[in-house]
Design a protein around this ligand. Structure first.
Ligand SMILES: NC(=O)c1ccc[n+]([C@@H]2O[C@H](COP(=O)([O-])OP(=O)(O)OC[C@H]3O[C@@H](n4cnc5c(N)ncnc54)[C@H](OP(=O)(O)O)[C@@H]3O)[C@@H](O)[C@H]2O)c1
Length: 296
């Protein structure tokens, strides 16, 4: 049976470190501040935004919410972001995606000042990751790296297989794991990959980020592999009060019996993503005040 890598526990450790860090910054007159922009009333996005606000408050950081109606135009949204870019009291800006139809997410990402892009999605920050000199690392990939590091899992010289090539998750994880310092040999798989199970079975470290419930089965996993499940999928379950439950991209029970380490869903990568957003915001405040980043 494999060992569980708990994102709940690791993110709680990081949040404790952040609490101390924010306290110290406040003694220097710096109050890290995250501005969160939500357009429309998507229920899942509302939950994510609430969680981000709650965690900001828990670590003593300021968070400002801007809730806009779904009738908001591209120009109105970009004008708000430009005003946040210009506000020295705001250190980090996050626009919750997906945006309502008709709004252009790529343009919004490019409107956020790179030095306040705590989601790490601006082309400049994505480019710095690609060059091996990351500044803001997008929160989910950053969370995955911290889970590996804090679980004592070495990536150097290991075969890592990343399932998924999205700009948000798969691609940055693959780039980071192959960069100097992490030093894994990385294969990226996607919907056109042939003999997928053959490829994934070679992985010492397997990262699943495809958005298909319980797609990764035990026969796709090398015995003793480290399995990180990024997927968050809601499936029907008549036994639950709500009638649904969350599962990852990995068939947890059968893969856990074969892997050496595995992350659960929920309670795995999800809470790490929020913790790393907080880290990025604190680092944004540090950099904007001429300090170096936190030592994680
Ligand atoms: N834990 C968190 O905090 C967190 C954060 C973000 C996302 N997520 C979850 O992570 C999952 C992935 O998110 P995403 O934004 O990266 O999704 P996405 O943009 O939809 O990308 C999915 C990727 O999976 C690939 N794919 C789809 N079907 C496949 C198959 N049968 N075999 C191999 N590859 C396949 C796609 O390939 P193509 O490129 O060929 O289409 C694509 O590259 C989702 O469940 C999402 O909810 C979790």
């Amino acid at each position: 049976m494999s060992e569980l890598i708990s994102g709940k526990i690791i993110s709680a450790q990081i949040n404790e470190e952040l609490c101390l860090e924010v306290k110290q910054l406040k003694t220097k007159g710096i109050e890290p501040c995250l501005a969160v922009v939500l357009v429309g009333e998507d229920p899942a996005s509302e939950v994510y935004v609430r969680n981000k606000k709650r965690t900001s408050e828990e670590i003593g950081m300021k968070s400002i919410g801007h809730n806009l109606p779904d009738t908001t135009t591209q120009r109105e949204l970009e004008t708000l972001i430009q005003s946040l870019n210009a506000d020295p009291a705001v250190h980090g800006i996050l626009c919750q995606f997906p945006l309502p139809e008709g709004l252009d997410e790529k343009k919004v990402i490019q409107t956020i000042a790179p030095e306040k892009d705590v989601d790490g999605l601006h082309p400049l920050n994505a480019g710095l990751i690609a060059m091996g000199i990351p500044k803001f690392i997008s929160c989910t990939p950053y969370g995955v790296l911290q889970m590996l590091k804090r679980s004592g899992i070495s990536t150097s010289g290991k075969n890592a297989v990343v399932l998924g090539r999205s700009n948000l998750v798969g691609r940055p994880i693959a780039t980071l794991l192959s960069s100097k310092g992490w030093d894994a040999t990385v294969t990226v798989c996607h919907s056109r990959t042939s003999d997928l199970a053959e490829v994934t079975s070679q992985a010492d470290i397997l990262i699943a980020a495809i958005g298909i419930p319980e797609f990764v089965k035990a026969n796709m996993v090398k015995p003793g592999a480290v399995v990180i499940d990024v997927g968050i999928n809601r499936i029907d379950d008549p036994n639950k009060a709500k009638g649904t439950r969350l599962v990852g991209d990995v068939a947890f029970e059968e893969v856990a019996a074969k892997a050496s380490f595995i992350t659960p869903v929920p309670g795995g990568v999800g809470p790490m993503t929020i913790a790393m957003l907080m880290v990025n915001t604190v680092n944004a405040a540090r950099w904007q005040n001429g300090l170096t980043e936190m030592d994680l």
